[in-house]
Write a protein that binds this ligand. Structure first.
Ligand SMILES: C[S@@+](CC[C@H](N)C(=O)[O-])C[C@H]1O[C@@H](n2cnc3c(N)ncnc32)[C@H](O)[C@@H]1O
Length: 406
């Protein structure tokens, strides 16, 4: 999709095309520097995405930030309510990773959930070209209004910007060849799978047992979705129906915590209450890789995440029902496990936790990218194949495996 302002402004005889009104030599230079940086880091490999990144003037979408800031590889905060961050312009490297997973071709119909500033929608418009169609939806009207204006100002007026809860998709533009979630979700919405063509891709961060960064590219095969690639990206969470659908529990004995429980068994409120009344001990820190954190959670049915009131992950916990003990790897902004291990009850859970991390090391320290995920309509199968683990969720269960896909 070419922009008349950009292509029309340069005279045929000029040595260098003149910069369009919204662009200056400085913004063009900073944009190119960002492209070079992402290319050198090998984040940016696809020439079509490179061309899109060069074409879209990112700074126009975040007038609140300096031009320098808008071209750094960082998140730009866009909207707060009280102290809560409601919208951001995502980090360029995370945007590129997801666009690579999305494999957008010319002429495709694409839905984005989470318009924000409209910048990513402009990149999608570049990728689908003049014969494709981009629909994007955000839950906040002030954001869609501003995104529409920014898109129009730089030549992407053809993007359909809707206001609504993206959990319902956008039926108007359906069916879609690609659906991209620009915010994290605890559940897969049935509307997304209905509005996606068979063989289409759904890409976005899915919270799996409370882990906030797993980003699969799901290919739709009839009623199931099979992940073709898995990356790690950190995004804001969806508000609205998706947030309400997540399986979190509370316990009076720990009123400030939310427990994300997505195991096949019932939430063990009774055992946990007894365990939390036992003596609390703090053991040494065990800094662990993201891959290990995911492994412990997914391969142990009695493993779960605890979140603080603000939604931050506080710890990854393992319950040992037999010894009525619990071990929690506490996290901090320095990484997983950097805040020590908290133990309640005897050593049972702590020993199992250490054994699970050892097992991860013995299996070759699989990174999150090695994880296979398949989503099946809930309730999923009662019986699983060897090496498979079930994550129970509303609408779609997940079958996780570190071996070959089913
Ligand atoms: C990380 S920002 C998206 C950044 C955006 N793609 C861009 O290029 O600027 C996530 C966005 O999701 C929106 N959002 C949150 N919950 C939503 C929902 N249920 N439906 C649609 N959008 C939602 C937020 O308002 C926020 O603007």
């Amino acid at each position: 999709m070419r922009d008349a302002q950009r292509t029309g402004a340069g005279g045929a005889m000029a040595e260098e095309p003149a910069a369009p009104a919204h662009d200056t030599r400085e913004s063009a230079r900073l944009r190119e520097a960002l492209v070079q940086k992402l290319s050198h880091e090998a984040t940016l490999r696809d020439p079509r995405i490179t061309a899109a990144l060069r074409a879209v003037p990112r700074h126009v979408f975040v007038p609140e930030a300096s031009v320098e800031h808008s071209y750094q590889d960082t998140v730009v905060p866009v909207k707060y309510a009280d102290d809560e961050l409601l919208s951001t312009l995502s980090q360029p490297s995370a945007i590129v990773v997801m666009l690579e997973q999305l494999q957008v071709g010319e002429g495709m119909r694409v839905l984005e959930v989470g318009t924000g500033t409209g910048y990513n929608a402009a990149l999608l418009a570049e990728l689908v070209g003049p014969h494709g169609r981009v629909t994007t939806v955000d839950i906040d009207e002030d954001l869609t209004r501003r995104a529409r204006e920014a898109l129009r100002s730089v030549g992407y007026a053809a993007v359909n910007v809707h206001t609504g809860d993206g959990f319902d998709g956008a039926a108007d533009g359906a069916p879609y060849d690609r659906i991209e979630l620009s915010a994290a979700t605890p559940v897969i919405s049935p509307a997304w799978t209905e509005q996606l063509v068979d063989g289409g891709l759904l890409v976005g961060p899915i919270n799996v047992k409370g882990l906030p960064f797993l980003t699969p590219a799901f290919r739709k095969h009839g009623t199931r979705l099979v992940a073709e690639s898995m990356r790690a990206c950190s995004f804001l969470s969806l508000r609205g129906s998706a947030a309400a659908a997540g399986a979190t529990f509370r316990l009076p004995v720990r009123p400030k915590l939310r427990f994300v429980w997505e195991s096949p068994d019932e939430f063990p409120a009774g055992v946990l209450t007894r365990v939390f009344r036992q003596k609390r001990q703090v053991r040494d820190e065990v800094p662990i890789a993201w891959g290990a954190a995911a492994y412990v959670l997914l391969t142990n049915a009695d493993a779960f995440v605890t979140e603080a009131g603000d939604g931050r992950v506080r710890g990854i916990s393992l319950l040992d029902r037999k010894s009525e003990s619990l071990a929690s790897i506490m996290t901090s902004s320095d990484g997983w496990g950097t805040a020590g291990v908290v133990v309640y009850g005897g050593n049972g859970a702590h020993t199992r936790l250490a054994a699970s991390i050892d097992e991860w090391a013995k299996r070759g320290r699989p990174a999150v990218e090695a994880l296979q995920l398949t989503a099946v309509p809930a309730p999923g199968p009662e019986r699983l194949g060897p090496g498979e683990y079930l994550v129970r969720k509303p609408y779609y269960d997940l079958i996780a495996s570190y071996d070959t896909p089913r």
